[in-house]
Design a protein around this ligand. Sequence first.
Ligand code: BES
Ligand code: ZN
Length: 892
Amino acid sequence: MPLQRYLCFLIAFFPFMAFGQRLPEGVTPQHYALTFAPDLEKATFTGEETIEIQVVKPVDKITLNAAELQFSKTEITQGEKTQDAKVSLAPENEQVTLAVEEPLAAGPATIHIQFTGILNDKLRGFYLARTRLRRYATTQFEATDARRAFPSFDEPAMKATFEITLIVDKADTAISNGHIMSDTPGPGENKHTLKFSTTAKMSTYLVAMAVGDFECNEGSADSIPIRVCGTPDKKPLGTAALRYAEEILKYYNQYYGTRYPFGKLDIVGVPDFEAGAMENTAAIFYRESDLFIDDNNSASIAKQRVFEVLAHEMAHQWFGDLVTMKWWDNVWLNESFATWMELKPAQALHPEWNAALSAVDATNLALNADALRNTHPIHATAETPEQINELFDAISYEKGSAVLRMIETYVSPDVFRRGVNLYLRKFAYSNATAEDFWRSLSAASGRPVDVIMPTFVNQAGEPLITAKSSCAAPKPDPQPKRKSKRTRALAKPQPKTEITLSQTRFWADPVAGAPQDSTWMVPVCVKADGAKPFCQILSQKELTVPVAGCSQWVFVNENASGYYRSRYDNASFTKLTSAASTALSSAERVSLLNDQAALLGSGQESVADYLDLVSALNQDAESAVVASYIQPLTMIRDYLLTEADKPAFEAWVRANFNPMFEKLGWTPAAGENDDQRILRGHLIRILGAIGNDQQVIAHAQQLAQQYVKNRQSLDPSEVEAVLRVGARSSSPELFEQYLSAIADPATTPEQLEYFAGAIPSFPDSHLVERWLQVVVSPSVRSQDAAGYIARVLSAVDIQGPAWEWIKQHWNEVQAKLTESSGAAIVGATHTFCTASMRTDVEQFFADHKVVSSGRALRQSLERMDGCMNYKKAQQPGLSGWLQHRGTGATGR
Ligand code: BES
Ligand code: ZN
């Protein structure tokens, strides 16, 4: 084999070599006693640990995980005998092997290790967090970073109990999985020692510690103490979250039928935090912006977000913490379930939030990702930390949750819940696989969930369900038999509607040539005029189902709970759209619109069809329906509009959305509900950013200027839109004001999101370059930097110069990146849509590798190709449609 081919071969088979990263079998941990003394000033810590293990068969070596740790003492004791262990490090595998002269026999033994480590600034392992005033030490261990804090059997199936002791400064406190059992002075003058209660049996990735001057709001639910904690300045912003956590805990105690098993619950906002939040057992850690809101002055969606994230992490306490996946290939079990579950408490306790509609949005996101060639099955092999990291994506979260929602509808919510409870009881304090989960559901439902689910979980991609319907006139009976009067009446031939359903794999960009097709077992739920809704399993390519009577319309995704795209023949589609506003629920209308937008993207529908549909529904003032237009209309604005077409398109947008906005006005009327407030924000964005409505932009600029001076001057639900649309005025003064607001310590985390999120809307590359300079400076937290950069790259008006800047300043950008944040920047390039930028991106990231972003890069390149094809296919149609409409659009 020539050398090059040989190398390719080696690389292709590298995944198998990566199996070397799993710990050998034969030794299992039972209990860890851990003592840590962090030194915040030096950014280091010392640790001492005793692990009680069970040796399954005689060994003279024990391998554990460890990374960036230094060992000072390593002993292994069995019975009366203590041996010094020889340490050999394998940093490439993040492992350490302890070897003893005399082999250990099967049975119990203890490992005793003294070690030191660093409090890093990369937001993982045991790390340093900072505010303007001081430093904190905190942890983030999922997926594979407990090994950076202590030598451990750092795999999810190696469950054990943990007894943690923290030695901290006199004036500081600490939070961990257990509650504080004792607090004693020393060692030394300036320290005290906090001993935490022993935890339940759990996985290493769920261990948590936070050290600093945290202050808490305290409450309880069903006799479980709950605290919401953070840096002292955040205390007033923690009350809403505490109330929500209390509501959610009671709800889950009911739902799960297993009461909250961990004694207490702490919820901690940490000043520097990479993820949104992390479900550490009984000590949920948070990014501040997802936890702290002003109870009296925050947007409805901000409250919903806080509620949902809490509901998500608290759902994990049972699903994830009590029962854990055996290995990371099934991380979807954790994340899909929590994502599916997070909406339940909101639906039950805050029906005014319409949480069901967020599920439709999430499904759409998943369907968009899963229509790429570079998607992956929900259940996917993952061996290395990098592969594991990459699995936390839209497929594991949103696709998985959409599939669960579909199955829940199919077996009914009560039955689904029984299956879940069965699973939790069976695997509590232990581990399970996907098969265990669907076996429990099959057992509870008596339905073939274990046959349906694998077609969605083990197979990549999504079905496109095509529905053709026609009303068949009754066929005359060829040989009428003599019948009694009664049977004759019954047998009277009735007209019926025949619905032919067929499935193929849906591709975002079929122009690139469809590879293999697939077949799923799809529960298709049908709703038709005059008939009772029903679900039908479509397991073959095509199936015709009859419905009694001549239906005026047919809809094949009842409750929008299916994980598929759907498409109708022309006649059925026309009938359906004219009935949509009355016959379909808002969730169903949103799913119909999302499917049409996806078909537009893939070239299976025309831009004219989509815009006509928007016109037909432009009286529909449901905020979720209006929200669904933003992405497709932005795609049209960004990629299809020629200079010549611009005025006509913008006028059309204004003509369609101005009437609704005029009714609503800029300020909320008395008694307005949350949905109307949210709608106002969407309309301001659509009119200002897509319709280029000069009046709206000018007024938004004025309101933004007022708002920067007086943060009470606007309804919180319109702040985000006003700041963004106001930025389109390109006013340098306004830009400066946003920058000062971002630097202002009085700005709440929610407001910070709005200001920082609005900056890419300044259509001026010089201003944006100034912003990028700020983003890479020490004044922006590294938890935020990658997200900010990604948002700039996604703003089509300025992405060209921004990309140039980023390439030129890559070293500074890279210094701000963490192990998992770089993928966001790579992912944001998917919004580029020219051949030259595509080549450039491919080249640049080939030369400048970003960890855990391999798939994100392939997906970005694929999306760019898709976008170029979309442009080619749809641009002429848009010009034609706009000309044909001519001055028919009567915008301002
Ligand atoms: N387990 C995750 C946090 C996580 C993500 C850890 C990726 C390690 C890698 C947590 O439950 C989670 O999903 N958090 C979400 C918020 C949630 C509401 C979707 C997050 O961080 O975005
Ligand atoms: Zn989660």
